[in-house]
Ligand binder design. Structure first.
Ligand SMILES: [Zn+2]
Length: 67
């Protein structure tokens, strides 16, 4: 597990859910419709809910027993 300190006081860990990006993207298939003859793949992006878009979480909020 990666750990680092930002200001000498607050220990934080990289968010596992988004890999430290602060957002999550995934592929979706857009359905066909009035303006499209066929469906096509696209990607959705959303703010990571685990870290609220920061990409890291204060270590005291992380529940991890394998550290
Ligand atoms: Zn995250």
């Amino acid at each position: 597990m990666m750990k680092y300190r930002t200001d000498g006081k607050l220990a934080v860990v990289e968010c596992k859910k988004c890999g430290g990006n602060g957002y999550i993207s995934w592929e979706v298939i857009m359905p066909q419709g009035f303006t499209r003859d066929i469906g096509y793949p696209d990607s959705e992006t959303a703010e990571c809910r685990d870290c609220a878009g920061y990409g890291w979480i204060p270590s005291h909020l992380v529940v991890d027993t394998e550290d």
